[in-house]
Design a protein around this ligand. Structure first.
Ligand code: PGA
Length: 253
């Protein structure tokens, strides 16, 4: 089906200059499958993007963790999609639950951001996911469908979108979704894309999982048919990120 395995490393608001250099060295020395098999994208805080981009191995790429919803200008503290493009940062993460929850980013706002970033030539890792209360209330699919719909309403071409399913209860908690739980939502999201975008978008869009992925659980998760990679937080700052990237071999075994 041609969905290349995708592993994103979300460094969040972490790192000093020395720590960032160490992580880049670790990545540069890591033995991983070729870029025909796995696409690796790491996302440092904005201030470290140029350094990471210029020192990182050429088969790995960088992402910003956010960008502004429209053209830059009088928006103190924001970074625009145009600036990322200008610095040749190819990817941006949008709609992460930490921003949705803590900064009040709504589904519509995230949809607008995704559309604007794409219009400027960026590729987007778009995040969706339910809270524990929503899961326990049985509304997981309703929630992730509404989040995905807000993107689909603003976007026609899905070529440059990777959809990240990140259950909020699994993020940073050590409580990873079981392979069956992840597969169930990924499969439903693909069905949703089939019904609401096109069969081609459903077949080709990568749906990656995020939430307490580590070196030990990544292989079994990667074995799920609708799981096309990972968005990794905590473990992306550690040597086990290399093991997670290597979970891609499950798909070609
Ligand atoms: P985690 O974070 O791997 O630390 O759970 C994932 C994410 O927030 O993208």
């Amino acid at each position: 089906m041609g969905r290349k395995f995708f592993v994103g490393g979300n460094w969040k608001c972490n790192g000093t200059l020395d720590e960032v250099k160490k992580i880049v060295n670790l990545l540069n020395d890591g033995k991983v499958p070729s870029s025909d098999v796995v696409e690796v994208v790491v996302s440092p805080p904005y201030v470290f993007l140029p350094l990471v981009k210029s020192t990182l191995r050429s088969d790995f790429h960088v992402a910003a963790q956010n960008c502004w919803v429209k053209k830059g200008g009088a928006f103190t503290g924001e970074v625009s999609a145009e600036m990322l493009k200008n610095l040749e940062v190819p990817w941006v993460i949008l709609g992460h639950s930490e921003r949705r929850a803590l900064l009040g980013e709504t589904n519509e706002f995230v949809g607008d951001k995704v559309a604007y970033a794409l219009s400027q030539g960026l590729k987007v890792i778009a995040c969706v996911g339910e809270t524990l209360e929503q899961r326990e209330a049985g509304s997981t699919m309703e929630v992730v469908a509404a989040q995905t719909k807000a993107i689909a309403e603003k976007v026609k071409d899905w070529t440059n979108i990777v959809l990240a399913y990140e259950p909020v209860w699994a993020i940073g908690t050590g409580k990873v979704a079981s392979p069956a739980q992840a597969q169930e939502v990924h499969c439903e999201l693909r069905k949703w894309l089939h019904a609401n975008t096109s069969p081609e978008v459903a077949a080709t869009t990568r749906i990656i999982y995020g939430g307490s992925v580590n070196g030990a659980n990544s292989k079994e998760l990667a074995g799920q048919p609708d799981l096309d990679g990972f968005l990794v937080g905590g473990a992306s700052l550690k040597p086990e990120f290399i093991d997670i990237i290597n979970a891609a071999v499950v798909k070609i075994a």
